[in-house]
Design a protein. Structure first.
Length: 131
């Protein structure tokens, strides 16, 4: 895996690719074959919640969108592991963050990959490499 995608980046990739920064596009262009980008299961949960609340519109029905957005070999899904749960607890500086962001940062740290994000809180935290 070359990087882990933040929720908004996954949405932009499929719905509004022009919003992606050049560096983010480069990472996504490398995805495929043996070099997948990661998507945390918590990201799928966030997308579903945003859709349910009417905060986002998707070009496809939700179930189809989620399947396509996590299709191998371009994307590798990342579930919660004991190591990720422990890492999240160890990141005391993130206790007041959105829980999904905490899980995404902890996942990237455990996997040793950067997070592709435009979230200033994550970028400025210095807790994980970002693109």
């Amino acid at each position: 895996m070359i990087a882990l995608l933040d929720t908004h980046v996954l949405l932009w990739w499929f719905e509004q690719p022009r919003r992606l920064a050049v560096a983010q596009r480069r990472v996504l262009a490398k995805a495929g074959d043996a070099r997948a980008v990661g998507v945390s299961d918590v990201t799928l949960w966030e997308v579903a919640l945003l859709f349910e609340r009417g905060r986002i519109r998707l070009a496809l029905p939700l179930d189809e969108w989620l399947v396509r957005a996590t299709a191998a070999p371009v994307v590798e899904r990342c579930g919660m592991s004991p190591a990720i749960a422990r890492e999240m607890v160890d990141l005391s500086a993130t206790r007041d963050w959105d829980p999904a962001d905490r899980i995404i940062v902890a996942t990237a740290r455990v996997l040793g990959v950067p997070v592709v994000t435009a979230d200033n809180r994550i970028v400025e935290s210095g807790l994980v490499r970002t693109v």
